[in-house]
Write a protein that binds this ligand. Structure first.
Ligand code: ADP
Ligand code: ZN
Length: 315
């Protein structure tokens, strides 16, 4: 059997050519930029801190120009970015990071900055939609057409595909900002979200854990009560997404999910909350392969961006 994901003949995954794609993982703290044909053939990669948009995008362009000199022309570029952003090609604000509170970045014309230097298709989407597409092509969501990818990190964000298409709609989902039950007697912490206080992100992001317990999340011992509470909030969020989107799988990435003990707690929590109502084997018996970490690990971001490039070149 041919196990190479790049030569699959599934219709949603056309065989790869030798086309060179660029992937830009544009995070709030760092950028990762890579060039290659796929996960097993990354020819060059660099990373640098996110500073001003001018400086950061100029560094990105300079790296890609150097790679074109060394490796040949790029077939397409994909950018998976922190948001909110406008991914709708028909919108006047297409290609921009829009209302971000990140200093200097609001209204940055990301795609425009790339188009000034490269005359190739550009794919542009949220970091989590990119990661979801990468996981579908090469990772934990192969063969699925409806699933979600959530990151639990500095913020909480969610993206994914429904019926084989990346979720967009009005703009893009904001799964981190849903409201969940918050028992203020059990947990008086008011939440950190500047817009909503105790939305899911406000209660369960890495900075929320740090603010509630007075120390960075990565320094809390694995048996600390923080993790029961964290799993409880994430299970509440996931139960909502399961009931609204009916995802075939849920992938949980981001720095906080490095706490592997969270997975069984979240899995049991979701089962308890759903209370046998959603009668499918994935939830009743197979929940440990239903709520999973990303198979691409910490490369999910940049490979997701590369998957966006591939998708842009195919359209
Ligand atoms: P970003 O969201 O900025 O892309 P991350 O996904 O790494 O970056 O998330 C950073 C957050 O994750 C921080 O709040 C940090 O405290 C938390 N974090 C990082 N590593 C761990 C860990 N091993 N355990 C728990 N929390 C962690
Ligand atoms: Zn919020």
């Amino acid at each position: 059997m041919d196990n190479n994901p790049l030569t699959t003949d599934r219709p949603d995954q056309r065989p790869m050519t030798n086309d060179l794609f660029a992937g830009i993982e544009a995070g709030g703290t760092k950028f990762v930029v890579a060039v290659g044909t796929g996960p097993d053939d990354l020819r060059a990669e660099t990373r640098f801190p996110t500073t001003t948009p001018e400086e950061t995008l100029a560094r990105t362009v300079a790296f890609l120009q150097e790679q074109e000199q060394a490796l040949g022309p790029l077939a397409a570029i994909g950018a998976a970015a922190f948001g909110p952003l406008d991914p709708d090609p028909a919108s006047p604000a297409y290609g921009r990071i829009t209302t971000t509170p990140k200093p200097g970045w609001a209204q940055t014309d990301f795609v425009g900055a790339l188009r000034q230097h490269f005359d190739v298709p550009v794919g542009f989407d949220t970091d989590v939609n990119g990661a979801a597409l990468g996981e579908q092509r090469w990772g934990a969501a192969q063969g699925l057409d409806t699933f979600i990818y959530l990151t639990i990190g500095t913020g909480i964000g969610g993206g994914g595909l429904v019926n084989g298409k990346l979720m967009h709609g009005l703009l893009h989902p904001e799964m981190g900002h849903i409201r969940i039950p918050h028992d203020r007697q059990a947990d008086p912490f008011p939440g950190t979200c500047p817009f909503h206080g105790d939305c899911l992100e406000g209660l369960a992001s890495g900075p929320a854990i740090e603010a509630r317990w007075g120390q960075r999340a990565e320094t809390l011992p694995s048996d600390h009560p923080a993790w029961e509470l964290e799993a409880h909030y994430l299970a509440l969020g996931l139960a909502t997404f399961i009931c609204t989107l009916s995802p075939q799988r849920i992938i949980l990435g981001g720095g906080v999910m490095a706490q592997a003990q969270l997975f069984p707690k979240i899995q049991r929590g979701v089962q308890t909350l759903l209370n046998n109502y959603v009668q499918v084997p994935e939830i009743l018996q197979g929940i440990d392969t239903y709520i999973v970490p990303p198979a691409l690990g910490n490369r999910a971001g940049v490979l997701g961006a590369m998957a966006l490039a591939q998708q842009a070149s195919a359209h």
